[in-house]
Design a binder for this molecule. Sequence first.
Ligand code: HEM
Length: 117
Amino acid sequence: MRILVLSLLSLHALAGVFWAGSTFALTHSYFELTPKLFRAQMGAAALTVVAGLALWGIVIRGSHGPMATTLAIGALCAIAAAGVQGAMRRSPKTSQRIAAALLSVTVICMVISPYMT
Ligand code: HEM
């Protein structure tokens, strides 16, 4: 079980770093590369969300409290970011900027969650 959680967490963090990092980069002068990176970003988003949901099912399960609430806020922002990137393909600059703001909240929530006791 420990190996499974560590593997899921590594996959989750690696895919999430690519997704959030490429989104931040595309808000600047590289936003015209958005169509070329679309599949890679959506693939990373899918991996991040699936691994995150699996971690939720194993680590959090039915527990409530500040940590679970913080993770849930971050997860909802991540899902909204994926929705914006998928739905607003014709406005790459705006979509990447909105997604970057949402993913900033996600990253903050994910990394502070262990301290929310
Ligand atoms: C639907 C989306 C997401 C869900 C359901 C989710 C769920 C989770 C859960 C349950 C944990 C806790 C794992 C544990 O305590 O062992 C976690 C940790 C983490 N998540 Fe997410 N996550 C999502 C999106 C993201 C995204 C987009 C990133 C972007 C970088 C991210 C980065 C992280 C990191 C770095 C941790 C480790 C935090 C730590 O323990 O210090 N997550 N996530």
